[in-house]
Write a protein that binds this ligand. Sequence first.
Ligand code: SF4
Length: 209
Amino acid sequence: MGKTERREAVRALAGQAGLSHDLLSRRPGEVSGGQNQRACIARALSTRPRLLVLDEPLTALDAVARQQMVTLLCRLKENFGLTYFLITHDLALARQIGTRVAVMYLGNLVEKAPAAAFFAEPRHPYARALLSSVLRPGFWQGKRIVLQGELPSLRRPPKGCVFHPRCAERLPICTHTAPRPRAVAEGHTVCCHLFGADPSGPSIREPGR
Ligand code: SF4
C-alpha cells in the first residue's frame, strides 16, 4: 500500500473498532486500557482474518469498558463474519458470547458442549465447581462447591482421572483409570466415569443427576 492508502485503511479500521481518529498518533501509555484493547482488535482485523484468538480480552477493563468491548466484539463478529476462539476464566463472558464451550483441567479437556446446554446443566464435577464459584446473582442455582487442595503439578499429574485428588464424587476406578470422553447429549461430551457405561465402574449416574 502507498502511504495515503495505508493511512485511510488505518482510519477505517480504527473506526470499525470504535477508536476516534485523533487517538491514532498517541502512544499506548497515553490512552486507556479499553482504547488499547480496541487498537489490538483493529490491528488484528487488518489481516482480514476469518478466525480471531481472544486470550482473556477483557482483563483489566472496568465494568463500563467491559460492556462496550462485548458489544464491539459482537458487532465485529457479524460485520466481518468472524469466528472467535476465546480463552478465558471469565465465565460470564463465555456465557454472553460463546456458542460452544470446552472446559479444561490440568491440560485435559473435561467437558465440551453447546454453550446453552453447558450453562444450563454442566455435568463434569470440575465444571460444576467452576460455575458455582461465579459470584453473580442468578449465575448458578445449585449449592456452592468449594474445591479442596491445590492444582497438582503438570509435570507429575495424578494417575487415573487427573481431577480425582480434588473430586468429592470420585469412584474407586478414578484413582487408576483415566476416563474417556462420553456423549451425554447431542454435541455434549464429558470425560468422567460418572457418565456412560464402564464395565469396571461400580456406579453409573444418569446425566444431570
Ligand atoms: S472421573 Fe472420577 S474423579 Fe474424575 S471427575 Fe469423574 S468422578 Fe471425579
